[in-house]
Design a protein. Sequence first.
Length: 246
Amino acid sequence: MPEPATDTGAMAPAGQAWSTVSDLGRYAAFLAAGHTDVLDGSWLDLASHPVGATRASGLAGAHGLGLALVAGGSGMLRGHTGSMPGFQAACFVDAARRTGAVVLAGSTTGVPAGGLAVDLLALLHDHEPTLPVAWRPPATVSPLVREVVGVWHWGNTPYVFRVEGAAGDQVVVRRGDAVAHRFAVRRAADEEQLVGTGGYHDGETLEVHRRPDGSVSHLIVATFVYTRTPYDPEVPVPGGHPATGT
């Protein structure tokens, strides 16, 4: 059906942009992992923290900072849909698997572009394995990251904190083979902090607690206490015992 060339006026910055499959594919690659010349992927992870949702969808979808978030693939997809008279589009990525789907349709309505992109990523997730990222050693490692890497215990359960990211400013936390949490270095008030960018501690600040001599004693994330040994007697562990020292 022929459609008029519509000028949306003041709403033009929110849409009225035209692209190609190849360009949207490159944009999907950016949404999945970020780009050193544009925005680091850890900031996209923070922007993917849900800040608004509607119960009309049964909480199957939400919005972060400029990103639509939907359940699918390996867990949560991020991206957005788009439309203009005569056109519909969708671009969603599964950041954990570094996969994406782009859908373009010559229709004003009636084509579930977003749902089709989600279905494509679900098929890919069900039938194709995740390709591993080639390991590259970071050129430098943040001093804060260097202090927290290694084995920490929540109660009696060990978690391995490892350096991640080309800049050496990210930490991935694994329990066994599964990724439990992710953190990235952020600067606030002239001080570096590790802020959760994924997993159960998403959005929380990892506090590094020190002994009088300056060495790291334990870590606290909200009410979670991590110690180098199970139930360290020198650290106040919730539900465990009072501290016998500082």
